[in-house]
Ligand binder design. Structure first.
Ligand code: 13P
Length: 253
């Protein structure tokens, strides 16, 4: 049985003041107790400058925290980049890699995403590896071809370490649009990803959490999270609202 995993991705949102208010609400609504009692993994992935603030505010809670990107290099002349070791220095647990917004706006390819996942693992953190097809790929019936290619690049590089990763299926056309695949459509993609993992490593395939992301909201989460291969969510917009975030955590119960 895989534990429920709910990860908030704040993207490029927040301020010292609003972060404090949001986390206070999340804590006072009982999200930390929910995580503790249900043994769910709950985390917030926040912009780099706010990592120390969020780490401090979540200290003593059962909510973990993470970053939204990482360099594939250990150190050196890479202006503006942040290494895995630096994140680990602060006690970071999770790193999102290969988010479609990085692939789209920063031209990150499958090979780079795999190297970022490897750098994350080498620093003893958990990469949340995002895969997903664009709207035109979806319309052309290429969903499975695209997600298989994206996952394969990671499998080729990480080999036996895949058991320590989280995979997130985020159809690009569903992100921030209010459009969502039907639970069965999403399940079919998750199942396919798990079968691909199983071909590689049967035991890892049964353990790896495969999250759904893309307009996940309290009103659609219950049906999606009820599917057998959907182990939780990677949540954008709804993670910026404490009530919605709690409702998403509770949706699987
Ligand atoms: P939304 O939940 O805002 O659609 O974003 C999903 C996402 O990109 C999470 O990484």
């Amino acid at each position: 049985m895989r534990p429920l995993t709910i990860i908030g991705n704040w993207k490029m949102n927040g301020s010292l003041e609003s972060n404090q208010a949001l986390i206070q609400s999340i804590l006072s609504l009982g999200v930390s107790e929910f995580a503790k009692n249900s043994k769910a993994q709950v985390a917030l992935c926040v912009p780099y400058p706010y990592l120390p603030q969020v780490s401090h505010l979540l200290n003593q809670s059962s909510i973990a925290w993470g970053a939204q990107d990482v360099s594939d290099h250990p150190n050196g002349a890479y202006t503006g980049d942040v290494s895995a070791k630096m994140l680990q220095d602060f006690g970071c647990r999770y790193v999102i890699v290969g988010h479609s917004e990085r692939r789209q706006f920063h031209q990150e390819g499958d090979g780079l995403v795999a190297r970022k996942a490897k750098a994350t693992l080498q620093a003893n953190m958990t990469p949340i590896i995002c895969v997903g097809e664009t709207e035109s790929e979806h319309d052309d019936g290429k969903t499975l071809v695209v997600v298989r290619r994206q996952l394969q690049a990671v499998l080729d590089l990480l080999q036996g370490q895949i058991a320590s990763c989280i995979i997130a299926y985020e159809p690009v056309w569903a992100i921030g649009t209010g459009k969502v695949p039907s639970p069965q459509q999403a399940q079919d993609v998750h199942r396919e990803l798990r079968l691909q993992l199983a071909k590689f490593d049967d035991e890892a395939a049964s353990k790896v959490a495969i999250l759904y992301g893309g307009s996940l909201k309290p009103d659609n989460a219950k049906d999606l999270l009820a599917m057998p291969d959907i182990d939780g969510g990677l949540v954008g917009g709804a993670s910026l609202n404490a009530e919605d975030f709690l409702a998403l955590c509770q949706a699987s119960q």
